[in-house]
Design a protein around this ligand. Structure first.
Ligand code: AHR
Length: 349
């Protein structure tokens, strides 16, 4: 029965499989040919999937603003986008923002000045993008959000968003927890380690986790503190909590790095992670899956960073004037100690 898929995979499903070689990308010349024919036919017919826009020619230039390079997850995400662009002969202007929204806004303004064809970015936090996205809209440059969502009252400010279903990830951690502690009378004391304050994964994973626990009021969230998606902070925050609470049953870490930090702190405090204190986390990076196999982490929901091929598919369609879905979910799964072994060798990040 396991692993359970968390989300549907509605876009480009024929061409892209998670973890598949990037050569499975649709070749752009074929796309261009098919699209030109489709566009010409549409001029006579009435295909609702194709916009009546002139197809554009030449090499596509993308401006991409990445949040930072602070983890293996993020590095894998950047590499996937860079590799997919190279394979598709897309010109990629890639900037890294060091976790600064100001820098991301400046990067996007620079892409607008350079008149790129498409802007894509992974927004460090949800709020505060309307002004710069209005500038992009005024310049008629389509914007694709990757990985994280923004909070805006004007969805016309972006063309599409591609990323993980963070709410489902939080729900799956809660569902695992309810099952794991089903025979425990309670209360079950839960510690939540959350990510960058105001970021989409921190906000939505929390929401999904609470939604998943529902009215199971035997679970008491005795602390919810940020550890900034960082392993070092996860260890520090958990070490502090262990000094003030001797009754923690389970940790919900909103990513593997914080879960691994918590694991180290639990060991340093003389307890057994995975047994004395259980851990659920999100991402499925290699180190997280190794800890799962060793029984020190108990559950991991995947957050897939390898979105480069899907992003290139979207960008090509936007460039060619093909209508794209407003939302594209990445395909993801969940891992348990029983099913993790088969995935470990392939996990490069
Ligand atoms: O936005 C994706 C999240 O951001 C990943 O879970 C995390 O590891 C990263 O920092």
């Amino acid at each position: 029965m396991r692993p359970l898929p968390l989300t549907p995979f509605p876009y480009a499903v024929q061409s892209i499989k998670r973890g598949a070689p990037q050569t499975m990308l649709r070749p752009i010349s074929a796309v261009l040919t098919v699209t030109l024919i489709a566009t010409a036919l549409t001029a006579c017919g009435n295909d609702p999937d194709v916009k009546l826009q002139p197809a554009r020619k030449g090499q596509i230039t993308i401006g991409f603003s990445q949040i930072g390079e602070s983890s293996r997850w993020r590095a894998a995400n950047s590499r996937s986008i860079q590799d997919a662009a190279r394979i598709q002969n897309v010109k990629l202007i890639f900037s890294v923002a060091g976790l600064s929204q100001q820098k991301q806004i400046a990067d996007i303004e620079a892409f607008i000045s350079q008149k790129v064809d498409v802007i894509a970015f992974s927004p460090v936090v949800e709020a505060g993008w309307d002004e710069v996205l209005q500038h992009a809209k005024n310049a008629e440059i389509p914007v694709i959000l990757t990985d994280r969502m923004i909070a805006t009252s004007d969805p016309s400010l972006y063309t599409s968003s591609l990323g993980s279903d963070f709410i489902s990830e939080g729900i799956s951690a809660a569902v695992w927890m309810k099952n794991e502690f089903r025979t425990t009378p309670g209360p079950v004391n839960v510690v939540e380690l959350s990510g960058t304050p105001g970021s989409a994964p921190a906000v939505q994973r929390k929401k999904g986790f609470q939604e998943g626990l529902g009215d199971a009021n035997k679970f008491k969230i005795i602390s919810s503190s940020t550890a900034n998606f960082s392993r070092a902070d996860g260890k520090k925050v958990m070490a502090g909590l262990l000094k003030t609470h001797d009754d923690i049953d389970v940790v919900f870490a909103q990513n593997d790095d914080m879960g691994l930090g918590a694991m180290a702190a639990i060991e340093a405090a003389g307890k057994k992670p995975g047994k004395d204190i259980k851990i659920a986390s999100i991402d499925a990076i290699h180190d997280g899956l190794v800890a799962l196999e060793n029984g020190k982490i108990n559950f991991v929901a995947e957050c897939n960073p390898l979105i480069g091929p899907q992003l290139m598919d979207l960008i090509q369609d936007v460039f060619l004037g093909i209508e794209v879905p407003k939302r594209v979910d990445t395909r993801e799964t969940v891992f348990f100690p029983e099913n993790v072994k088969q995935y470990l060798n392939d996990r490069e990040y």
